[in-house]
Design a protein around this ligand. Structure first.
Ligand code: GLP
Length: 238
């Protein structure tokens, strides 16, 4: 695990976007693992501004809320359409987001794993981190071997994500379909981006603490090719 610190959030974001762009330029048919959240919005803005072609790329998002249709403005499918897919030349047929509206969630989860395998696995997985230490929606007590599945969201996560639901945590769905920690660790390269003082404590525990299923981001210590990119505020407790 390599920790890279930049003075400002803008510089950390720019570095992540540059690394992503470089990966796509060296491998135009890259399989990208994508993340959502406020931190990623600027990364996608920079990637779009770079003008790099995603025409031959395939993408798999980490997670989706259960019970929201893809058309729901709060779904992660809508987020991706808004911030990246509609602004690039990626083929919509090659973009994948877990189906949180599926009647059979177990089958949808298995189908997602199958699609990742059929695509040849993920070349580069982008990650944010939740204040409870989750990657994707792998909340505390997620097995480090877990695969894509249905997961209950903690009150901390629902409060953290309430901003997109009019500030009301009760409107945040209670469950999500998320890649597992094991699914994420299978990616050939991982880049986690965390910015701002609210992430400082959890970044320190994930990077310097013991590997534990209580903090799924700590499992990244086990990956041979993982960069943690932080601004000074998020690095302040390292
Ligand atoms: C959600 C996503 C996570 C993301 C987290 C961080 O919970 N499921 O994948 O890492 O948000 O969000 P933010 O960037 O808004 O702090």
């Amino acid at each position: 695990m390599e920790v890279i610190t930049r003075s400002t959030a803008e510089q950390a974001v720019r570095l992540v976007a540059k690394l992503l762009e470089a990966r796509i330029r060296t491998k135009p048919d890259a399989v990208l693992g994508l993340a959502t959240g406020r931190t990623m919005e600027q990364v996608y803005a920079e990637l779009v501004a770079s003008g790099v072609s995603l025409a031959r790329c395939t993408s798999f998002n980490l997670d989706e809320y259960i019970g929201l249709s893809p058309e729901d403005p709060n779904s992660y499918r809508s987020y991706m359409n808004e911030h990246l897919f509609s602004k690039t030349d990626i083929d919509p047929a090659n973009t994948h987001v877990p189906d949180g509206a599926a009647a059979d969630l177990k089958a949808a989860a298995q189908d997602y794993e199958n699609r990742i395998s059929q695509a040849g696995g993920i070349d580069l997985q982008l990650l944010g981190i939740g204040e409870a230490g989750h990657i994707g929606f792998n909340e505390p007590l997620s097995s480090l071997m877990s695969r894509t599945r249905d997961k209950a969201l903690t009150p901390v996560t629902r409060a953290q994500n309430a901003g997109m639901f009019g500030g009301d945590p009760d409107r945040v769905p209670k469950r999500a379909l998320t890649m597992g920690v094991g699914t994420i660790l299978d990616a050939r390269e991982l880049i986690l981006l965390a910015t701002g003082p609210a992430k400082a404590a959890i970044v320190a525990r994930a990077v310097e603490g013991p590997v534990t299923s209580m903090i799924s981001a700590s499992a990244l210590q086990l990956h041979p090719n993982c960069k943690i990119i932080v601004d000074e505020a998020a690095a302040s407790q390292l």
